[in-house]
Design a binder for this molecule. Structure first.
Ligand SMILES: Nc1ncnc2c1ncn2[C@@H]1O[C@H](COP(=O)(O)OP(=O)(O)OP(=O)(O)O)[C@@H](O)[C@H]1O
Ligand SMILES: [Mg+2]
Length: 259
């Protein structure tokens, strides 16, 4: 079966991906603070909405809508206008960061006694995915919109509550499953800093179908690397990228070791 490709809108990256992201898959964008994860994802959404006429959804766990809209306008991307035209939806799920600690310590859901840990997970997922709007879950809501491109920024904003590995893994699995069922191409950002060489592979990295790492090197140079992309051959050599006035540009014919 030939998997369809979704153009990213990021110059140079589509060449590395041999056409774009595999359609309907879940791709993780990893990188440290300030490496451009939010810009990367916004560029992907903006391109889809303006060039492909696709509906785009941004689920934010970090930034408020006003901040987001303002920041992206500096690249000439007018998300306010796209929203008014019905091509873009911003979902502010940042409240999940402010769930009171007591909610994580209760011992009962309805009449059902559960352990604190199980409840923590249930509450978290409930808060953003089950009781979002008019009783609809976020994934239902996004599905009803008919979105083809979805961004969840960031996974770290969701899972920082779970210090224990099994718990974190389960929360990530729940979220990924809910998003995957929508069938849209989905980007999730994560601050995991694995570069492939390191041993610390995060659960979201092996649970997603693709992983792209953004890195700022000690020299100040920025490098993008495709660590994994199931179902398609890709260029896995680290390539330089820049963040400029029009967003992210990847130099897919250059190597980061070039002078
Ligand atoms: N107009 C611009 N021109 C060039 N570079 C810019 C511009 N605006 C932002 N940047 C660069 O982009 C970086 C921020 O990008 P972005 O917010 O996408 O990073 P991030 O990986 O999402 O960070 P965080 O982990 O903090 O959310 C800044 O550190 C800055 O270097
Ligand atoms: Mg960000």
């Amino acid at each position: 079966m030939v998997i369809g490709k979704v153009e990213t809108g990021i110059t140079g990256l589509d060449a590395m991906l041999r056409g774009g992201f595999p359609e309907g898959r879940m791709i993780l964008i990893t990188g440290g603070p300030g490496t451009g994860k939010t810009i990367f994802c916004s560029q992907f959404l903006h391109y889809g909405a303006t060039k492909e006429g696709e509906k785009a959804v941004y689920v934010s766990l970090d930034e408020t809508k006003n901040h987001f809209v303002e920041e992206m306008l500096t690249f000439g991307w007018d998300f306010k206008k796209l929203e008014q035209e019905g091509r873009f939806t911003f979902i502010d799920a940042s409240d999940v960061r402010r769930i009171p600690e007591q909610a994580f310590q209760a011992r009962q859901v309805g009449k059902l006694p559960v352990s604190g840990k199980e409840l923590a997970r249930a509450r978290l997922i409930d808060n953003i995915f089950k009781t979002f709007e008019g009783g609809r879950s976020i994934d239902r809501f996004i599905g009803d919109i008919g979105a083809r491109r979805i961004v969840l920024d960031s996974m770290s904003g969701l899972t920082f509550r779970f210090p224990e590995a099994w718990e974190k893994r389960q929360a990530i699995l729940d979220i990924m499953e809910a998003l995957n069922n929508i069938g849209a191409t989905c980007l999730i950002t994560s601050e995991a800093i694995s570069t492939g060489e390191e041993k610390q592979v995060q659960p979201e990295e092996y649970l997603s179908q693709g992983v792209i790492n953004l890195q700022t090197l000690r020299t100040g140079e920025r490098a993008v690397r495709i660590l994994k992309m199931r179902g398609t051959e890709v260029d896995s050599v680290p390539r330089p990228y820049k963040i400029g006035e029009t967003g992210i540009e990847v130099y897919s014919d250059q190597s980061i070791y070039q002078t």
